[in-house]
Write a protein that binds this ligand. Structure first.
Ligand code: AMP
Length: 219
């Protein structure tokens, strides 16, 4: 059974890769950023609290995200494996996940770091557009939609995330380097970390991830 944690700075391609893997193996992509954006859209209590942090490029407090994730892991579909995309993002979240995995008797999981060059990412992220209807990710520079502003798959309209503006992207990098990067060491120490250089094409990166999945879960 495949259980994967994807860690990487904003714009490393976590969402894109998680979607491909999720389809290939028929396991859910659990993206805390997507879940939080949905809460914001629904104007739920959690969404209202989270929005203030998200708009500034800051992390939503651990307690809120951890309880949201714990609930999600209990859903039936997560019983056949999952990809965590954007969680954990702090050492406190990784510790909470560790406790949760012990409770659920989950011992075998893989952690993949997507490593990228920061400058090229800022350019790439400000060109990112997302379908408001199905969530498909486009990039005006590298993966443009066939018709401007329109999703190739479902014809929904494309939008730019509020936090994909340049100033916010820089803030998100700062937050990544101070809060999330320590997880690289955290999982390396446990001997669980695999690193993929994620500056190449989507297919090349996906090939490298698949090799790691084969070794970790089928080898
Ligand atoms: P993402 O779509 O993963 O880039 O997440 C967008 C925003 O949602 C982040 O900048 C944070 O404000 C928030 N967020 C997503 N996942 C987490 C998490 N695991 N912990 C705290 N905040 C998160």
């Amino acid at each position: 059974m495949i259980r994967l944690l994807l860690i990487g700075p904003p714009g490393a391609g976590k969402g894109t890769q998680a979607t491909i893997i999720s389809k290939k193996y028929g396991i859910p992509q659990i993206a805390t950023g997507d879940m939080l954006r949905q809460e914001v859209k629904n104007a739920s209590d959690l969404g209202i609290k989270a929005k203030a942090y998200m708009d500034k490029g800051e992390l939503v407090p651990d307690s809120l995200v951890i309880s949201m994730l714990e609930k999600r892991l209990k859903a039936n579909d997560a019983g056949k494996g999952f990809i965590l995309d954007g969680f954990p993002r702090t050492v406190a979240q990784a510790d909470a996940l560790d406790v949760k995995f012990k409770e659920l008797n989950i011992a075998n999981f893989a952690v993949i770091e997507l490593k990228v060059n920061e400058d090229s990412i800022i350019q790439r992220l400000s060109a990112r557009r997302v379908c408001s209807s199905c969530g498909k990710i486009f990039n005006l520079l590298t993966e443009p939609p066939k018709k401007e502003g329109t999703c190739d798959d479902c014809h929904g309209s494309l939008y730019q995330r509020d936090d994909d503006k340049e100033a916010t992207i820089r803030e998100r990098f700062k937050v990544y380097n101070s809060k999330t990067a320590p997880l690289i060491e955290y999982y390396a120490k446990k001997g669980m970390l695999k690193t993929v250089i994620a500056d190449g094409s989507i297919d090349a990166i996906n090939g490298n991830i698949n090799t790691i999945i084969d070794q970790a879960f089928h080898g």
